[in-house]
Write a protein that binds this ligand. Structure first.
Ligand code: GMT
Length: 372
């Protein structure tokens, strides 16, 4: 098949998922065309069957806001025509679903039908999409998609709750390439981070308010009181300085490393003992799944779709949003001794296999085939 994929090219989960999907499809012999404003972060190196088309947004002194959606729709039209694409798969509704609708209408006038599949990822529905400045366009363009998928049952339910959706939303859960994340720890790296064999806790996100990174710091401070530990913060974003200030206040700043945005997540996760995800909402929590695939148990909130991936007492534990006390106790109960930690690590890795890329990519292929 000749497939167009539209996504955000950044470190966010939707872009990561879309890129990994495209790479897997290309490996299976499909021709995959990425249409984004920047090379997606996980699309590095030359991969046969993958083509990249950059959306260029011309500026003009009149434009306070360059019209990205218009440039995107025009690029879609161009790429679809020039490469005779069979379908377009857009990830994250805003503005990808509405740009796809526009491209579809333009092509229809020229006699070409292009099926559009929209995958909803989370904040496009639960946060940004619900804003009344976006909601009418989001609702319309989701309904105009030929197929709609959501990355968890929770997100499907949330979408029906908040938007007037007239079609079925199919749940296709996110996936992880287990073989990529089953890495042996790099000893030298581990020694740099935890020179005295301390436990290593991790958090990875875009440091937005919704992630509640201050709770990560609070939990870490509690854990560190009883079990000498280090904390690695991966990623960056607006709440980083809040986390730094709190770490200083709680006297744990020296035990924390902010490593910024990282492409080699598998090497970082390989040295980890526990992943903390304290979000107010996660439609799925791909970062937590990647941690599990690397054999790192997860202490998380029970928000959104997290209960669809984290099994209490097996892959980690869950608590109510903001219940730092409970999450600290849960973290300590996992980290208390080597035997318990080993058991959690094994169960986390085993559970992640259910979400392996080899199980989920064929589901997308089946969906595509319905439109050929
Ligand atoms: O979490 C973010 O802010 C990034 C966002 C995105 O769209 O890139 O992540 C969403 O999509 C991921 C991939 O499907 C999910 O794993 C995340 O749970 C989801 N984030 C939220 O729902 C907050």
């Amino acid at each position: 098949m000749r497939i167009g994929i539209v996504c955000y090219p950044t470190f966010g989960g939707s872009g990561v998922l879309a890129t990994e999907l495209g790479k897997a499809l290309a490996q299976k012999g499909h021709m995959v065309h990425f249409i984004t404003y920047q090379q997606p972060v996980r699309l590095n190196g030359f991969i046969p069957n993958i083509f990249y088309h950059e959306v260029q947004v011309p500026t003009y002194p009149l434009f306070d806001y360059p019209p990205y959606e218009t440039a995107l729709a025009s690029t879609m039209v161009d790429v679809i025509k020039n490469n005779n694409l069979d379908l377009l798969h857009v990830h994250y509704a805003i503005p990808h679903a509405s740009a796809a609708y526009m491209a579809k209408q333009i092509l229809k006038k020229e006699g070409k039908t292009i099926p559009v599949i929209t995958t909803l990822h989370g904040t496009d529905i639960t946060l940004v999409g619900r804003d009344k400045m976006y909601a009418p366009v989001v609702t319309f363009s989701i309904n105009e998609s030929d197929a709609i998928t959501a990355v968890s049952q929770n997100l499907r339910d949330e979408t029906f709750k908040h938007f007037k959706i007239e079609k079925e939303i199919e749940v296709i859960v996110n996936f992880v390439d287990v073989s990529r994340f089953s890495r042996k720890p790099i000893d030298a790296f581990k020694k740099v981070i935890a020179p005295n064999g301390e436990r290593i806790l991790l958090h990875a996100s875009n440091f937005r308010k919704i992630k509640r990174v201050q709770d990560v710091v609070k939990i870490f401070a509690e854990v560190n009181k009883q079990k000498p530990s280090k904390l690695l913060f991966v990623g960056d974003g607006p709440e980083r300085s809040t986390a730094e200030d709190l770490a200083k206040e709680l006297n744990v700043f020296d035990e924390i490393r902010f490593v910024g945005k990282q492409e080699q997540m598998e090497d970082i996760l390989a040295i980890g003992d526990l992943f903390l995800l304290t979000s107010e909402y996660e439609s799925f929590g791909l970062a937590a799944l990647e941690a599990m695939a690397a054999g790192v148990p997860v202490v998380s909130t029970n928000a959104g779709g997290l209960s669809e991936i984290n099994i209490p007492g097996e892959t980690g534990y869950m608590s109510d949003v903001g219940d730092v006390d409970s999450m600290s106790k849960q973290a300590l109960s996992i980290l208390k001794d080597d035997a318990t930690l080993k058991l959690f690590k094994e169960k986390a890795a085993a559970h992640a296999k259910k979400f392996d890329i080899t199980n989920i990519v064929p589901v997308y292929e089946k969906l595509y085939e319905r439109f050929l």
